[in-house]
Write a protein that binds this ligand. Structure first.
Ligand code: NOJ
Length: 504
C-alpha cells in the first residue's frame, strides 16, 4: 500500500510537456498522448503541476478555482480520462495543491477587493492598514519587492509571492473548509495524492512581526507552528482514502523543524532541496545525502531526493554546462537513483537538457518581471520538451511554443535518444529498470565505504548494490563487484572524473 516509499515520481510541468491543440501551451490531452513514453521510461507516478483555472500570472500557481481545469489545459472530463488512462498504464497520478494563496482573480479576492475594510470578505486574506505611509511590516516577497500591495482605500494585502497571489488567512474557518472540500474533490475523482505547494507557509505569527535582519533569528514568514494544524487536517482527509500520499514542499528552519512535518499524522513525504543545492563535489554530495537521512530520522517518512524542478536551473547547467555538465548530471542521476526513498525527476532531466538563456522579451516568470529582469527568473528550466522533428515545435506543438525551443535541441530529441543506447534517456531507462527489478536495491539505510579524495561510494545496507562517484580530477580504481551500469565510458578498469558506476 505504501507504494510511494521507494517511488520514482516524474514531475510534469504541464505547460511545457506536450501541446495537443496547437496553441503553443502544453495541456492534459498532451500528457495523455505521452503515457506510453512515461511507461517506457519506467517511472511509478506523475506529479502534475497546477492545471486549475488561473490567469497564469505564475503559470497556474495563482489559482482562481481549485476545483476546475483551466481551458488552456483542458477540462474536467479530460482530466478524468487522463487519470483513468494513466492508471491503465500502471502510473499513479499526484497533483499540486496550492493552499497558501489564491489568484487575485479568485471570487473570494474579487469580493474582498470590492468590500470595505473590516468586512468578512477581507477576513479570508490578510488586509491591514499601512504603517507610517508604508506597508504594515517589513516583509519581502519571495519574488522581490515588498510582500504587501496597497488598495485604493489605503488597506494593504499580504502576498509572500507575487501581488497576483494574495495569502489566505488560515485563522478563518471558511478557508479550512474550502481546502477540505478541494482535497476531497480530487480524491473522489481518484487522484493518488498531492504535492502541497509552500507547505511551510500557510500560518503566520500573531501580529505579523517584522522580519529580523538576515541571519538574526528565524524568518517569521515561514515555518510557523500553525502550519502543522493545516497539514493534519489534510492528512486526516487523505487517511480516508487508502494508498494516497501527501507530499509537501518544505523549507523548515532546521532538521528538527523539518521532522515535525513528517510526523505520523502529517505529510507522508517532505521534499528537500539538499541534493539539488549541493555542488558537484563528493564531500558536499555526501553531506547532502546524510543530511536528508538525518532530517527524517525517527519519523515514519522515507528520505526524498530531487536534482531538478521547475524552480531551479537544470543540473547540466548547474554543474558547469557543456559536455562536462552533461557527464556530471548523468553521474548524479546514478547517485540519486541508487538511494533508498522517494525520487522526484523533473521532465527533461532524463534528456540531459540544459537551461536556456532566453532573451528578456520572451521571459514570463513573475520573478523576472518583478525584478525588472535583474533576476532572470525560472523560464530557463521551463522550455518545452523536444520530442521529434525540428523547429519551431519539435513535436511539442504544431504551433509556436510558449517559450522558444533552441534549434540545437535537434540533437536532444526524445525520438533519437530512444534509439541511441548511449543517450541520457537510455541511461535513465536502464537505471529505472534496474532500480525496479534488481535485488541489490533492497534495504532502506546506507553504508559508506572509504573512497579516494573527490570520490564517494555507498551501499544499501544489507544489500549488494554499490554506487561509486568520482567528482575529482583523476581516474580511480573501482570498488570490487560486477558492473551493472556506468554513467559514461570507463578508463580501462578505472572510474574517470565526472562519472558514476553501479556495481553488485
Ligand atoms: C512554489 C512553487 O514551486 C513555485 O513554482 C511557485 O511560484 C510558488 N510556490 C508560489 O506558488
Amino acid at each position: 500500500m505504501q507504494w510511494w516509499r521507494d517511488a520514482v515520481v516524474y514531475q510534469v510541468y504541464v505547460r511545457s510537456f506536450t501541446d495537443s491543440d496547437g496553441d503553443g501551451v502544453g495541456d492534459l490531452a498532451g500528457v495523455r498522448a505521452r503515457l506510453g513514453y512515461l511507461e517506457l521510461l519506467g517511472v511509478d507516478a506523475l506529479w502534475l503541476t497546477p492545471f486549475y483555472t488561473s490567469p497564469m500570472a505564475d503559470h497556474g500557481y495563482d489559482v482562481a478555482d481549485p476545483r476546475d481545469v483551466d481551458p488552456v489545459f483542458g477540462d474536467l472530463a479530460e482530466f478524468d480520462t487522463l487519470l483513468a488512462e494513466a492508471h491503465a498504464h500502471g502510473l499513479k497520478v499526484t497533483i499540486d495543491l496550492v493552499p497558501h494563496h489564491t489568484s487575485t482573480d479568485h471570487e473570494w479576492f474579487r469580493a474582498a477587493r470590492d468590500s470595505a475594510p473590516g468586512s468578512p470578505e477581507r477576513e479570508r486574506y490578510h488586509f491591514r492598514p499601512g504603517r507610517g505611509g508604508g506597508p504594515p511590516n517589513n516583509w519581502r516577497s519571495v519574488f522581490g519587492g515588498p510582500a504587501w500591495t496597497r488598495l485604493s482605500d489605503d488597506e494593504w494585502y499580504l502576498h509572500l509571492f507575487s501581488p497576483d497571489q494574495p495569502d489566505l488567512n488560515w485563522t478563518n474557518p471558511e478557508v479550512w473548509a474550502d481546502l477540505e472540500k478541494t482535497v476531497r474533490f480530487w480524491l473522489d475523482r481518484g487522484v493518488d495524492g498531492f504535492r502541497i505547494d509552500a507547505a511551510h507557509a500557510m500560518s503566520k505569527p500573531d501580529g505579523l512581526p517584522d522580519s529580523p535582519a538576515p541571519g538574526v533569528g528565524p524568518d517569521p514568514r515561514f515555518d510557523d507552528d500553525g502550519v502543522h494544524e493545516v497539514l493534519r487536517m489534510v492528512r486526516a482527509v487523505i487517511d480516508h482514502f487508502p494508498g494516497r500520499v501527501a507530499t509537501g514542499q518544505i523549507c523548515a528552519h532546521d532538521d528538527a523543524a523539518f521532522a515535525r512535518y513528517v510526523r505520523t499524522d502529517e505529510l507522508h513525504i517532505g521534499l528537500t532541496r539538499r541534493l539539488l543545492e549541493a555542488p558537484f563535489e563528493a564531500a558536499a554530495v555526501r553531506t547532502a545525502i546524510e543530511g536528508s537521512f538525518g532530517a527524517v530520522a525517527g519519523t515514519p517518512a522515507p528520505p526524498s531526493w530531487t536534482l531538478s524542478d521547475h524552480d531551479t536551473p537544470r543540473p547540466v547547467t548547474r554543474y558547469g554546462g557543456g559536455p562536462a555538465g552533461v557527464a556530471r548530471a548523468r553521474a548524479m542521476a546514478l547517485v540519486q537513483l541508487a538511494l533508498p526513498g522517494a525520487v522526484f525527476l523533473y521532465n527533461g532531466e532524463e534528456l540531459g537538457l540544459p537551461d536556456v538563456d532566453l532573451p528578456d522579451d520572451v521571459r514570463q516568470d513573475p520573478r523576472s518581471r518583478l525584478t525588472g529582469h535583474t533576476d532572470p527568473g525560472r523560464d530557463g528550466c521551463r522550455v518545452p520538451l523536444p520530442w521529434e522533428g525540428g523547429p519551431p515545435g519539435f513535436g511539442f506543438t504544431a504551433g509556436r511554443p510558449w517559450l522558444p525551443i533552441p534549434d540545437d535541441w535537434a540533437d536532444r530529441l526524445v525520438a533519437d535518444q530512444l534509439e541511441d543506447t548511449a543517450s541520457t534517456l537510455s541511461l535513465y531507462r536502464r537505471a529505472l529498470e534496474l532500480r525496479r527489478s534488481h535485488p541489490g536495491f533492497a534495504g532502506t539505510e546506507l553504508e559508506w565505504f572509504g573512497a579516494p579524495a573527490g570520490c564517494l561510494a555507498f551501499r544499501r545496507a544489507g544489500s549488494t548494490l554499490v554506487c561509486a562517484l568520482n567528482t575529482g580530477d583523476a581516474a580511480v580504481p573501482l570498488p570490487p563487484g560486477e558492473i551493472l551500469l556506468v554513467s559514461g565510458p570507463l578508463d580501462g578498469d578505472l572510474l574517470p572524473p565526472d562519472t558514476a558506476a553501479w556495481l553488485a
